[in-house]
Design a protein around this ligand. Structure first.
Ligand code: NAD
Length: 498
């Protein structure tokens, strides 16, 4: 009998009274790790009520004290990062080095949240009119909610609640039902860090729980990361209920390769950024666009990709792990078949890969397509598997047209040795995160994560200064102090010219 993943409710880890649960399965071995309860609505309401209550005091905790608690949390995360990464590997299948990266990129956001006294500073102007000053303050909103995807179960929850809390809000997290053990381990570390009870709550479930949470009147802001389909639903539903919403969604990231680029760098970076983490990264390169003669490097690319083997999280020679679920594997296999049927040239087919010791795992080997056209399903859909598709164009402008006509705008990169080409590309591409000879351009947390077009719905992005804006309301105070005995003017009935 596997254990039920607890809720983190009102400062305690408690068993849910849920009538329905979802199995949390190791994607390599297929062993059930735990049962994920679909939290009852009554429990969700209790979590929200507790977070509302906690907000009353938390908003008044001095900012340096909030920062100190965050520093304590951050140090504990650093001390236990390998343990968290091991849990993460077990439930996602990620190889250990990659799991450690997932945890570390989250810790970097907590480090950023420790800077809250500087980040939350408002603005002041003295003497905007005679004897009158104006100041602005950033004040917390109240109870915020976060809904996170399966592919970064440490990093993405840490994109959200540390910054929301540092700003003085309280937070309800609904992690992915496919890998909730990692965020629960983080919640345990959070509890040990000494925060007041109720400032963070964790509930579990799927669509039903999310819909109840995001339409609840007490929720002021919603952060979502996941697929575009669900992100659109959450954005519409959240804004219909007059909430502030940010949705970081799906992607189709192109890497453009100019003939003057460094060939070996291109091959190495293309392999790592396409099939790393089994292609289950929102910033994975899923389309390689060869310009002119660089297309001759395809054979070498195929050779390099064929050497990468999927494997277990702790196998030394494993390049990446299995897909998250049997359903995800079936979906990707379906798209590979569709690619072949629609006329793309499958140079390397990983559909038949199985691990000799774990044949039931959700394995797919590296897969490479050439001659892909924009109308094909493998170009139009986010595949989210270890599948790289390649296209050939004659010029950089043709590559730019292709990218700018794709509905997504999360990340892109250009490999070249020409400064002129790089500048033209970075200035004209309609994508929010651009790498020049950098395949996966994910900004560090003092910048923001800035997907564009259908990769993002909202206006303030995740982390960086924009997250501080997202999790706060600006209050402007205009003040004037009268001098003792100052002459009282006649009532003024007009707008004054200064
Ligand atoms: P998903 O959209 O299936 O699930 C994300 C979250 O939404 C989960 O917590 C899930 O329980 C919940 N959910 C699922 N269906 C729902 C519904 N109908 N109504 C309400 N809630 C629902 O995404 P996923 O498969 O877990 O994650 C992969 C996706 O996330 C990919 O599309 C990837 O590109 C995207 N992603 C984007 C970013 C980014 O920053 N842009 C980062 C990571 C992942």
């Amino acid at each position: 009998m596997t254990h039920s993943v607890p809720l983190y409710l009102d400062g305690e880890f408690v068993e849910s009274q849920a009538h329905r649960s979802i199995a949390n399965i190791n994607p390599a071995t297929q062993l059930t790790l735990a049962q994920v309860p679909c939290t009852t609505f009554e429990e969700i309401d209790r979590a929200i009520a507790s977070a509302e209550q906690a907000f009353k005091d938390w908003r008044d905790v001095p900012v340096p004290e909030r920062a100190r608690l965050m520093m304590n949390f951050c140090q504990r995360l650093k001390d236990q990062q390998d343990d968290i990464a091991e849990t993460l590997s077990q439930e996602t299948g990620k190889i250990f080095a990659d799991a450690k990266g997932d945890v570390w990129r989250g810790i970097e956001v907590v480090e950023h949240a420790c800077n809250i006294p500087s980040l939350i500073m408002g603005e002041t102007v003295e003497n905007v009119a005679r004897d009158i000053d104006t100041s602005s303050y950033l004040q917390p909103l109240g109870v915020c909610a976060g809904i996170t995807p399966f592919n970064f179960p440490a990093m993405i929850p840490l994109w959200m609640f540390p910054l929301a809390l540092a700003c003085g809000n309280t937070f309800i997290l609904k992690p992915s039902e496919q890998d909730p053990l990692t965020p629960m381990q983080i919640a345990e570390i959070f509890q040990q860090a000494g925060f007041p009870k109720g400032v963070l709550q964790v509930i579990h479930g799927d669509r039903e729980q999310v819909d109840h949470l995001i339409t609840h009147p007490a929720i002021k802001a919603i952060s979502f990361v996941g697929s575009a389909r669900v992100g659109q639903h959450i954005y519409r539903s959240g804004t219909d209920h007059l909430k502030r919403v940010q949705c970081m969604t799906g992607a189709k990231n192109h890497m453009v390769i100019m003939p003057d680029a460094d060939r070996q760098q291109v091959i190495s970076h293309l392999v790592g950024s396409s099939v790393g983490a089994a292609g289950q990264r929102c910033m994975a390169i899923s389309v390689a666009v060869f310009v002119g003669d660089s297309v001759q490097w395809l054979d070498e690319l195929k050779d390099a990709m064929s050497k990468v083997k999927p494997g277990l999280w702790n196998e030394e020679d494993a390049g990446f792990g299995p897909l998250i679920s049997g359903a995800a594997r079936q979906r990707v296999l379906g798209l590979i078949e569709q690619g072949k049927e629609e006329g793309a040239d499958c140079l390397l087919d990983g559909s038949g890969f199985t691990h000799p010791d774990y044949p039931d795992g959700n394995w797919i080997g590296p897969t490479l397509f050439a001659d892909v056209k924009p109308h094909m399903s493998i170009y139009k859909e986010e595949i989210f598997g270890p599948v790289l598709i390649t296209m050939h164009v004659d010029s950089l402008d043709e590559a730019l047209d292709l990218i700018n006509n794709n509905p997504y705008g999360n990340g892109t990169s250009l490999f070249t040795n020409s400064g002129g080409a790089a500048r033209h590309f970075q200035r004209n591409v309609l994508v929010g995160q651009v790498g020049i000879n950098v395949p996966i351009p994910v900004p560090l947390p003092f910048f923001s994560f800035t997907g564009w077009r259908q990769s993002f719905y909202g206006d303030q992005h995740a982390y960086g200064k924009q997250a501080i804006r997202f999790y706060t309301e600006t209050k402007t105070v205009i003040s004037r102090w009268f001098h003792h005995g100052e002459e009282v003017q006649r009532p003024n009935l007009t707008i004054q010219m200064r």
